[in-house]
Every structure is written in C-alpha cells, then in structure tokens.
Design a protein around this ligand. Structure first.
Ligand code: SF4
Length: 174
C-alpha cells in the first residue's frame, strides 16, 4: 500500500464508532524511512478540526519536547493509536477503547510499514501499552526492541466467554 492509498483509505474509514462523533479521521504524517515515529494516543480537538496530527496545544507541547532532544521534527513521522477523536466525557476527552484500538491498528501497521522507523517514541500510556506490559513509571526513558510482526501487546488479552475482558476493570491490560 502506498502513502497515497493509505491516506485515502483512512479518510474513508468507518471501521469503528469513533468515526460517528469525530469531525474527520486524522491520518498520520509519514516520512518514509524515518529515524523516529512519534506516536500519540488520539487526535485532540484541534487535530480533529484541522485533520492534521499534533497541531494546536498538543503540537506546541510536542515542538518544545522535541526541540529539547535535538530531534528534527521534519524528519519524523507522527501519528496516533486511533485516527478519530474520541468523544468527551465530563468535559474530558475519553481514552480510546480497546475495540477502537483494535479496529484502527490496521492503519498503524500500514503507516509503520511505509515509515520503517528505527525508533518509535510513545507519547503516553496508551501508545506505550501497544509495546510493553509495563507502565510509564517503569518504562520512562528506557529503550527496548519490539518485533512489529507480533500482535501488539495491549490486544493480546484472553477472551472470557467469547467477549474481551473489561479493560476498564484492568486498565493495565489496555
Ligand atoms: S478511529 Fe480508526 S478505525 Fe475508527 S473510524 Fe477512525 S480511522 Fe477508522
């Protein structure tokens, strides 16, 4: 799949209910054969309106963060675990649910296949949970290898009675 085909497919995606409440899907910004892929959780309000990841307040925070590391943001791919903004609950944007992550992971896999990053930098608990069973406290600042041909870790929970376990009851599994 080419970058153009991926962008078109994401723009038309209706694989999960998030599409019903979001303004539009926000495709990843992919730089093929990049050094870094910066991976956030989900588009926020500004990204939802603009259709571009990491604009507005989140973009400013990311720019400051990246400037401190000396990484050239123009040479990085940036994207999110899910591409449609989750709705707000009690005025706070809720986290993407496991079924939504599962539905959207196909686009992340394809984005990573095109970007071929040497390093994925996870920005927050949900992106980290794709690759590690451990939380931010344990993993902050550490680097480890992950085989992208394997199923992402947060999607590996066993099913009970044909249904996914309630990840809300056990957020460490998400
Ligand atoms: S969040 Fe992902 S899977 Fe769900 S509709 Fe948007 S692009 Fe499709």
């Amino acid at each position: 799949m080419t970058l153009e085909e991926l962008s078109r497919a994401v723009a038309q995606c209706q694989r999960c209910p998030l599409r019903m409440t979001a303004t539009q899907p926000v495709p990843d910004l992919i730089v093929p054969d990049c050094e870094y892929f910066l991976l956030g959780e989900a588009p926020g309000r500004d990204e939802d309106k603009a259709g571009t990841p990491f604009v507005g307040a989140a973009g400013k925070r990311l720019n400051v963060l990246v400037a401190l590391t000396g990484i050239d943001l123009n040479k990085c791919s940036v994207g999110n675990v899910v591409r449609c903004r989750p709705p707000s609950v009690d005025r706070k944007q809720r986290e993407p649910r496991k079924a939504e992550i599962r539905a959207c992971i196909v686009w992340l896999r394809r984005a990573l296949a095109i970007a071929q990053p040497k390093t994925i930098i996870t920005l927050g608990r949900i992106p980290l949970s794709l690759f590690s069973r451990y939380g931010i406290k344990q993993m902050h600042g550490t680097q480890f290898e992950f085989d992208l041909d394997e199923e992402f870790i947060c999607l590996r929970t066993k099913k009970k009675g044909g249904k996914d376990e309630d990840t809300k009851a056990n957020p460490d599994n998400l």
